[in-house]
Structures are given as C-alpha cells and as structure tokens.
Design a protein around this ligand. Structure first.
Ligand code: PXL
Length: 268
C-alpha cells in the first residue's frame, strides 16, 4: 500500500548498539514511511556497554525548530523513544505544538527502565516528567517495569492478567491515549495488554528463552509503521512481536549488545 506519511522520530543516536534511531530509521523507512529524525544526543554506544560518551544535543534543538518553522515543515506522526534528559520532555511538547499536521498521532515509548530497574542515568525526576509527557500521547507503550514506575506500583517478577489490567487502569489517570503494555509475561508466554476505551485485551505470543537488548525499540518501530498503515492495534502488536521474535531467533548467540534485525528486514 502507498504510504506517503512523514514521521518524526525523536530519540538518541547511539553510534553502536542497534537501538533507538539506528533501529527506528531503517525499519520505518523500509515500511515506506518518510522518516525524519530529531536526535536528542549522540552516544558512542548504548548504556548497556561498560562505558559510553554522551553529547547532549538539547542546545541545538531550538536552532533546528527555527529552521523547520521557516521552512514550514510539519509531520504526520511522532514516535518518541529514549530521550536522555528530563528537559527534553518540554521540548517534545513544543515540537508537537509547532510541527503537527492535523490529527498527527503521538506515539510514546517511555524507555527508561526494564526488569524492575531504572536505566543508568535516569532518576525519579525523569519519571515524573515522563508522567506529564504521556498526557500528550495518543498511544503509549510502556513495558511492565515502566508502567510500575509511572503509576507508583511496586514491581513484581511474577504477575497475572489482573495485575496487568490494574496497571493499565492506573495509567488512564495519566493519559487519555491508548495503552499498550509490552513484554507482559503470563502463563509461559509473552505479549501485550491493549487498553482502550475502558476495555482491555491481552494478546500472547511464543516466549523465547533469550532476552535481547534493543527489542523494545524494534517493537515500537514496527508497531508504528503498521499503525500508520491503518492496522488495528492487535495487528500492530502481532506484527511487531513477530518481527522481534524473528530478530531474536536469527541473532548470532555471541552477539551480546543487540539483535540482527537487519536480516529480518532484508527478507521483507
Ligand atoms: O534500547 C533503549 C535504549 C536506547 N538508547 C540508549 C540506551 C537504551 C537502553 O539502555 O542506553 C542510549
């Protein structure tokens, strides 16, 4: 299907790491979406390595906005991932205010925690600002850990559908957007809990024995590509989860910092 949408994805550029922009850009482009980027920072590599350099691009963003304004550039959708600094959330709001075409959806993957822990470099202030930012989201895609932090709920290793549903309901106090809780592990499977219009639905897929870095960013990108194609939320999740599964399966076992998603993209 012809898709002439122009999306802006705002996240960091990790030079090495197969995450954030180096995932979103190829995946969205390959799905036929014109993909523009707003890099929030340049990192030598993502923060799961032993060390990294970090160039904050926040001071440049006003210049970028000035030029977009002068050139009358607008976007049909926004996908936000790892931002890096709390002050970027206000900037994100300015970006939606200034550069949205009518009805442009805002898709936010909060990206600040996983497996019960907040990522290095983030703190309670970042979470507090993210709580405010997701108010603007039409679609918000936290994992279970992020949903717990956002809703001040104690994280649990093991949970059931009722717990997931309670997280989704608590999130409705923070956003009117549709909620897609990702990485929900129940009954030996993994899936998403879609909560929209007061109704929740858990969809489950095969759970693979290995967890890999960057798969959340892949999920969000494939999800967004299908959303812009007009697919149902269920189909967006199914496609995104399948893409992640195929990426994990194809990845060389010795590859420690990401997944070989390029091999999956090549086959599409
Ligand atoms: O995949 C999420 C992500 C994105 N960008 C950077 C990260 C991480 C997760 O650790 O460190 C820089």
């Amino acid at each position: 299907m012809m898709n002439s949408k122009r999306i802006l994805t705002m996240q960091d550029l990790s030079c090495v790491g197969q995450c954030s922009l180096t995932v979103a850009l190829p995946i969205l482009s390959a799905h036929g979406v014109e993909t523009c980027v707003l890099p929030t920072a340049v990192l030598s590599n993502h923060t799961m390595f032993k060390g990294w350099s970090y160039l904050d691009l926040t001071p440049e963003i006003e210049n970028i906005f000035d030029n977009w304004r002068n050139n009358e550039i607008k976007f049909d959708a926004f996908l936000l991932g790892y931002l890096g600094k709390a002050e970027l959330m206000d900037i994100a709001n300015k970006c939606f205010d200034g550069f949205s075409n009518d009805g442009a959806p805002v898709i936010i993957d909060p990206v600040f925690a996983d497996n019960g822990k907040i990522y290095t470099g983030f703190d309670a202030n970042y979470v507090a600002n993210m709580r405010k930012l997701i108010k603007r989201a039409n679609y918000v895609l936290p994992n279970i850990t992020e949903a717990c932090f956002l809703t001040d709920t104690e994280y649990r290793e093991n949970y059931d559908e009722e717990f997931i549903c309670s997280l989704a309901k608590k999130l409705t106090a923070l956003t009117d957007g549709k909620i897609i809780l990702t990485g929900a592990e129940v009954n030996g499977k993994i899936g998403e809990y879609i909560y929209s219009g007061g109704k929740g639905k858990l969809i489950l897929h095969e759970l693979l024995p290995t967890k890999k870095h960057g798969t959340g960013d892949i999920f969000a990108s494939v999800f967004t590509a299908h959303l812009l194609d007009g697919c149902t939320l269920e189909k967006c999740c199914d496609r995104a989860a399948l893409f992640v599964r195929e990426s994990i399966k194809i990845t060389r076992p010795e590859h420690f910092y990401g997944v070989d998603f390029e091999q999956v993209l090549k086959k599409k």
